[in-house]
Design a protein around this ligand. Structure first.
Ligand code: 3HC
Ligand code: NAI
Length: 715
C-alpha cells in the first residue's frame, strides 16, 4: 500500500488515514491506497467496521487538479473515470460499515469518496462541496448521481452549479452528513469509531447508489433542473460546465444509476479537455503562485498589522477604512476638516446600511464594525499604527507633503502606503525620509468590494514591507499582486490601451452600445463605456490633463477628443446623470442611449478624415484583446509584472475579465501568439505605426510558443 494511505486497527475498527499534505488531494497513488486499504479491512477479521479519515487539517480537498493536464483526449478521460467509478463501487460494496470522518473540507472527489462510503460524520466546522464547475468541469466520480440521491436534486443542482461549500450542519439537514460530531463527545476519530461500531452491531451498510427516488421526487427534480437552467442563462454566460452539471444530474433523474454514470463520464470528459477548464485551472494555480515573489523568500519577516490609519476619507479612503474595519483591524481615518470627515463617514454609513438591507450584516455587526473606525482631523495616534494608507487627491505636491508629515508622525517601522493610481511612488518615498518603508497599495473602486490590491514596489521598498503587504492583503480578503512602479502600474497601464481601442472603434463606426454589448457577451461584467460612467469620466480627464502638463500621453496613438468633450460638458457619468449614456437622474443606474454621442463620433471621424463603417463584433473583440496582450507583453518584458499569470490575476480580479477565458495573457495563448502578432501587423498597416508589436510577442511567436510555454493552450 502506498505510504500516502495508512492502515491501523483501533478499538476493533480499521482506521484508514489519508496523508497527502497539504490538502490530501486524490493523486492516483491515493486512490489506489484507499482501494487497497478498504479491501484489506473488508477481509481483516480484526475489523468490524471501517473509518476513512484525513490526516492534518482536512479530509480530502478533491482530485489532484494537476493530474487533469495529463488527460489529453476525451478517451483518456473516459478510461480514467471508468476506473474511478469502478473503484468507488468497490468501496460501496464493502461488507462492513464504511464511515467517512470529515473535518476541514470534503470537496469535489473528496465528497464523492464520502458519498460512496455508507455513512458520513463530520465536525461542526467542516465543509462539503462540489466546486468542480469553478475549474470548468463537473463532478466526475459519481457526484452528479449520488448527491441527488442523498440530498435531493435541488440541493445537488445548487452545489454542483455554484460550487459553493456547505457547512456541516446544513449538510446534515440535507441528508449528506449523518451525524455532526460534537467536540464534547471526544475528537472526530473517537466519535467516528463509536458511530461505526454502532452500525457494526447489525452489519448495517447503505449503498447510496441504491437509494431510489420516488416518482414525486423525480418530478420535483426535473422541475428543479429547468429552474437551474433558467438561472444559468444569467449567471453562467458563455460557460459550459455549469450546464453540463445540470445535464448530468438530469440524466440521473431520467435513467438508472449506471446509465446516468456513463452520461456523467461523457460530460466530464468533454469538460476536462475544454479551453474553459484549462483557463480556470490556470487561474486556480495562478492565484496561489501570485503570492510568491522570487526575491522575497517565504520566511521574510512580515509584520502583523494590528492598527492602521487612512489619510483622506473620499471615495477610496472611505472604502479602504471599511476594508480594514471589516477585517477587524482598528483604523484611524483622517480628513482635512470636520465637514469632509462627516461627508466621508456618512458615505460609509450608507454603504453599511445597504449591506444590512441585503441581509449580509446585522445592525449589531454594523455598529461593532463602524466602532473600529476612529475619525480624526489630526495626526494624534499615528505613532501607534503599523501602517498608513494615503488616499488624498491625486496631486504630487500634496502627496509629497503628506508623506513628509507621515515620516515625522509615525513610528520608524510603520509601513507607509499610497493609493495613488498614477504617480511615482519613489517621489513620495524620498519625501517621507524613509523610502524602504514606502510602497503603493493600489486598491480598486469600490475598495471594500473589489478583491484586487496592486502592491507597488518602489526602488527602495524593503522585502519586509512587501512581505507585510502580502500577508495583510490576505487578512483583508484581497488578492495582493506585487507590481513595478511604472505609469498606471500594471492594471491601468494596460487599460489605457484597452480604452484607446474602445474610443477609436467608436470613431470608426461602432456604437457605444455595440461595444459594451460585445464585451459583456464576451464575459466582462460591464463594457468599457458603462465602466467609465461608473468610475467617472472626470477621473481619466484629470489624469490626461496632468499628463499633458508634463508632456506625456497615456497610450500611444491618436487620442480621441470625445472623453474630454464630455468632461467639459460636465457629463461625468452616473454621478452627474449623463456620460456615455443618459441616466434617469444623477446617481441612477437606469440608462438610455444618447444620440449626442453619435454626433460627437461623426464629428471626430470627420476631423480625422475617417469614413465611418459598420464594424463586426469580432473585430471589436480582436482589437481590444490584441491591444491588451501586446501591452501585457511589454509590461512583462520590462519586468513590471513578475509573470504572465500575475497579469491574468490582475485582470480577473481588477476588471472581471471572464475567468473562463483565463485572463488576457492566457486568452492570447488560446488565440495563438502567431495570430495575435499577425493582427498587430495588420492593424499597423491599416491604422498606423502606433500599433507596434512588443518584442516579446515577436520572439515568442517566432519560436512557436505562448506566454505559457509549458502548456499548449491554443484552443
Ligand atoms: N489538487 C492539487 N493541488 C491542490 C488542490 C487540489 N485539489 N487543492 C489545493 N492544492 C494545493 C494548492 O495549489 C496549494 O499549493 P502550493 O502550496 O504549492 O501553492 C496548496 O494545495 C494549498 O492550497 P491553498 O493555498 O488553496 O490552501 P487553503 O488552505 O487556502 O485552501 C482549499 C484549501 C479550500 C482546499 C483550497 O485549496 C481549494 O479550494 N482547493 C481546490 C478544491 C477543489 O476544487 N476540489 C475539486 C477538485 S476537482 C475534482 O475533485 C474532480 C472530481 O469530481 C473527480
Ligand atoms: P476623493 O477626491 O474622493 O477623496 C480625496 C479626499 O482626500 C478628500 O475627501 C479630501 O478632503 C481628502 N484630503 C485632501 N488632502 C488631505 C489631507 N492633507 N489630509 C487628509 N485628507 C485630505 O479622491 P479619491 O477618488 O478617493 O482618490 C484618492 C486617491 O485614490 C487618489 O490618489 C486616486 O488617484 C486614487 N485612486 C482612485 C480611484 C478611484 O476610482 N476613484 C481608484 C484607485 C485609486
Amino acid at each position: 500500500m502506498a505510504d500516502l494511505v495508512r492502515y491501523e486497527i483501533k478499538d476493533g475498527v480499521a482506521v484508514i488515514t489519508i496523508d497527502n499534505p497539504p490538502v490530501n488531494a486524490l493523486s492516483p497513488a491515493v486512490w489506489e491506497g484507499i482501494d487497497q486499504a478498504v479491501a484489506r479491512a473488508s477481509a481483516d477479521p480484526a475489523a468490524e467496521a471501517i473509518v476513512l479519515i484525513g490526516a492534518g487539517t482536512t479530509f480530502i480537498a478533491g482530485a489532484d487538479i494537476k493530474v487533469f493536464d495529463t488527460l489529453k483526449t476525451r478517451e483518456d478521460s473516459m478510461t480514467r473515470s471508468a476506473g474511478t467509478h469502478a473503484l468507488l463501487r468497490r468501496l460501496e460494496d464493502a461488507p462492513k460499515p464504511l464511515v467517512a470522518a470529515i473535518h476541514g473540507n470534503a470537496l469535489g472527489g473528496g465528497l464523492e469518496v464520502a458519498q460512496a462510503c455508507h455513512f458520513r460524520v463530520a465536525t461542526k466546522d467542516a465543509k462539503v462541496g462540489q466546486p468542480e464547475v469553478l475549474l470548468g468541469i463537473i463532478p466526475g466520480a459519481g457526484g452528479t448521481q449520488r448527491l441527488p440521491r442523498l440530498a435531493g436534486a435541488k440541493m445537488a443542482l445548487e452545489m454542483s452549479t455554484d460550487g459553493k461549500p456547505v457547512p456541516a450542519p446544513k449538510a446534515q439537514q440535507a441528508g449528506i452528513i449523518d451525524q455532526v460530531i460534537d467536540s464534547r463527545d471526544g475528537d472526530l476519530l473517537t466519535g467516528a469509531i463509536g458511530f461505526a461500531k454502532s452500525k457494526a452491531k447489525n452489519r448495517e451498510t447503505r449503498k447510496t447508489r441504491e437509494i431510489s427516488l420516488s416518482d414525486d421526487q423525480k418530478k420535483a427534480g426535473l422541475e428543479a433542473v429547468e429552474a437551474a437552467r433558467a438561472a444559468l442563462q444569467k449567471t453562467a454566460k458563455g460557460m459550459h460546465a455549469p450546464h453540463a452539471a445540470v445535464n448530468a444530474i438530469e440524466a440521473g433523474l431520467r435513467r438508472p444509476f449506471d446509465e446516468g454514470s456513463v452520461r456523467e463520464r461523457e460530460l466530464f470528459a468533454e469538460c476536462v479537455v475544454s479551453t474553459e477548464s484549462k483557463a480556470l485551472r490556470h487561474l486556480f494555480f495562478a492565484e496561489r503562485e501570485v503570492a510568491k515573489v522570487p526575491d522575497v523568500p517565504k520566511d521574510t519577516a512580515a509584520k502583523d498589522v494590528k492598527r492602521a490609519a487612512v489619510v483622506g476619507a473620499g471615495t477610496m479612503g472611505g472604502g479602504i477604512a471599511m476594508t480594514y474595519a471589516n477585517a477587524g483591524i482598528p483604523v484611524l481615518l483622517k480628513e482635512v476638516d470636520q465637514a469632509a470627515l462627516d461627508r466621508g463617514l456618512a458615505t460609509i454609513r450608507r454603504n453599511y446600511d445597504v449591506t444590512m438591507s441585503k441581509g449580509k450584516m446585522t445592525a449589531e455587526q454594523v455598529e461593532k464594525t463602524m466602532a473600529l473606525i476612529t475619525p480624526t482631523t489630526s495626526y494624534d495616534g499615528f505613532d501607534q499604527v503599523d501602517i498608513v494608507v494615503e488616499a488624498v487627491f491625486e496631486n504630487m505636491d500634496l502627496k509629497k507633503a503628506t508623506f513628509a508629515e507621515l515620516g515625522r508622525v509615525t513610528r520608524p517601522d510603520a509601513v507607509l502606503a499610497s493609493n495613488s493610481s498614477t504617480l511615482d511612488i519613489d517621489e513620495f518615498a524620498r519625501a517621507s525620509g524613509r523610502p524602504s518603508q514606502v510602497l503603493g497599495h493600489h486598491f480598486f473602486s469600490p475598495a471594500n468590494v473589489m478583491k484586487l490590491l496592486e502592491i507597488v514596489r518602489g526602488r527602495d521598498t524593503s522585502k519586509e514591507a512587501i512581505a507585510t503587504s502580502l500577508k495583510l492583503a490576505k487578512k483583508l480578503g484581497k488578492v495582493g499582486v506585487v507590481v513595478g512602479n511604472c505609469f498606471g502600474f500594471v492594471a491601468n497601464r494596460m487599460l489605457a490601451y484597452y480604452m484607446r481601442e474602445a474610443y477609436l472603434l467608436l470613431e470608426e463606426g461602432a456604437s457605444v452600445e455595440q461595444i459594451d454589448r460585445t464585451l459583456t457577451e464576451f464575459g466582462l461584467p460591464v463594457g468599457p463605456y458603462g465602466m467609465q460612467d461608473i468610475a467617472g469620466i472626470d477621473v481619466g480627464a484629470r489624469i490626461r490633463q496632468y499628463l499633458k502638463s508634463i508632456g506625456k500621453t497615456r497610450a500611444e496613438g491618436p487620442q480621441s477628443e470625445i472623453p474630454d468633450q464630455l468632461f467639459e460638458m460636465g457629463r461625468y457619468g452616473q454621478k452627474t446623470g449623463a456620460g456615455w449614456y443618459k441616466y434617469d437622474a444623477p446617481g441612477s443606474r437606469n440608462r438610455t442611449s444618447d444620440p449626442l454621442i453619435e454626433q460627437l463620433a461623426e464629428h471626430a471621424a470627420k476631423k480625422r478624415g475617417i469614413t465611418r463603417r459598420p464594424i463586426a463584433d469580432e473585430e471589436i473583440i480582436a482589437r481590444i484583446t490584441t491591444a491588451l496582450a501586446n501591452e501585457g507583453a511589454r509590461v512583462l518584458e520590462e519586468g513590471y509584472a513578475t509573470r504572465a499569470s500575475d497579469i491574468d490575476i490582475i485582470y480577473a480580479y481588477g476588471f472581471g475579465f471572464p475567468r473562463h477565458r483565463g485572463g488576457p495573457m492566457f486568452y492570447a495563448d488560446t488565440v495563438g501568439l502567431d495570430t495575435v502578432l499577425a493582427r498587430v501587423k495588420e492593424y499597423r498597416a491599416r491604422f498606423g505605426d502606433y500599433w507596434e508589436p512588443a518584442p516579446l510577442l515577436e520572439k515568442l511567436a517566432a519560436e512557436g510558443r505562448g506566454f505559457y510555454s509549458e502548456a499548449t493552450v491554443k484552443a
